[in-house]
Design a protein around this ligand. Structure first.
Ligand code: TRP
Length: 350
């Protein structure tokens, strides 16, 4: 079996602003991965336009969101010198490979995607073709770099499985040509999802049964990465709780989703275990715990918001980071795409 150089790829959509769920669940892990891996972190702007204009907000909002997500990556600790940061639409090879994958992927495979069903809603006939073929573009994002590992949340695992199916089918369908062009028995790796590790599920501050979401109409339901210290503290004060004091042991959190969520957030922000948090605050009133939670949240997040504001005050600098990242990304993607063209049998000028 062919071996591939370890390479990490991940991305987030520039729709709405990012919140602490994105930070604790994804960005902190992206930052850690840089210590051990070569990493490519993409702002997937072409995925953002798969839904209605009302969802991504139109041209002015999109440009602003792309810069904001880029600033969030950097402010959270992704180092643009070390890792590659860029927006997807600047590297045309993503779209180019996605077309080939549209012809490898099967209707039956896409019909099984649960995210399409959720996002398309009741009126499936009115969904864009782009929303339907979204997973093929996602496979292209990853495989155009022949990336081997993809940090993603649970909700993206099905897309990763599809990516592996596409890679496998391409490798099989073109096996002879792949060998003839000197790529051995496989051109694409089968990338692994990295879902393990301390990725807490952060829920809405208004409803412990719902995931914290950038699209929740209530801004009080989430702590945005752009919220300043006063806003963070106020949202935690107003977070939904129940009338019981905090339990002293983790099993006492069962059936108390709001309490569990706040303890999870505290543990992640303070880098402590749930048990340690409950040992300190169990038995005491929520007011004392919320005060402490507000303090760690502000200490950890307000500097990120401050750094984002500083970066966004100079959009030219952010754009330059994206341009440089795109050039570095293209330097990897172009030769891979040329190889795909050769393998498929397209004629290209050298
Ligand atoms: N679908 C991902 C999400 O909504 C975003 C995404 C697009 C992505 N392309 C990717 C994630 C490639 C990882 C790798 O969260």
């Amino acid at each position: 079996m062919a071996t591939f150089k370890p390479l990490v790829f991940s991305g987030m959509q520039p729709t709405h602003t990012l919140h602490i769920g994105n930070y604790l669940g994804a960005l902190t892990r992206w930052v850690d991965m840089q210590k051990t891996h070569d990493c490519i972190y993409c702002v997937v702007d072409m995925h953002a336009i798969t839904q209605g204009l009302d969802v991504w907000g139109g041209p002015k909002v999109l440009a602003k969101s792309i810069r904001e997500v880029t600033a969030a990556y950097i402010a959270a600790g992704v180092d643009p010198k070390r890792s590659i940061i860029f927006n997807q639409s600047q590297v045309a090879e993503h779209a180019e490979l996605a077309w080939v994958f549209n012809c490898v992927s099967r209707l039956g495979w896409l019909n099984r995607m649960t995210q399409f069903k959720e996002k398309a809603g009741k009126d499936r006939e009115a969904a864009s073709v782009g929303l339907y073929s979204y997973p093929n573009l996602m496979a292209a994002d990853i495989l155009v770099y022949r990336a081997t590992a993809v940090p993603v949340g649970e909700d993206q695992k099905q897309h990763l499985e599809l990516t592996r199916d596409i890679a496998q089918k391409f490798n099989n369908d073109f096996a002879e040509s792949i060998a003839e062009h000197g790529f051995g028995d496989a051109f694409f790796p089968l990338p692994d999802p990295l879902t393990q590790g301390p990725a807490p599920r952060v829920m809405s501050l208004r409803d412990g049964a719902k995931k914290m979401s950038k699209s929740d109409p209530s801004d009080l339901s989430r702590i945005n990465l752009t919220d300043d210290a006063d806003m963070i503290a106020a949202k935690i004060r107003k977070a939904k709780t129940d009338p019981e004091p905090l339990p002293s042991e983790a099993k006492g959190l069962a059936g108390r989703p709001e309490a569990e969520n706040l303890v999870t957030i505290y543990a992640a922000l303070a880098d402590e275990t749930t048990e340690a948090v409950l040992a300190e605050f169990g038995g005491g009133p929520f007011s004392r715990f919320k005060q402490a939670l507000g303090d760690v949240a502000v200490a950890r997040l307000a500097p990120i918001a401050g750094e984002m504001r500083r970066l966004l005050a100079d959009p030219g600098h952010v754009d330059a980071v994206l341009a440089e990242g795109a050039a570095r990304a293209r330097a990897i993607a172009r030769p891979n795409m040329d190889a795909v063209k050769d393998i498929v049998g397209f004629i290209r000028s050298a």
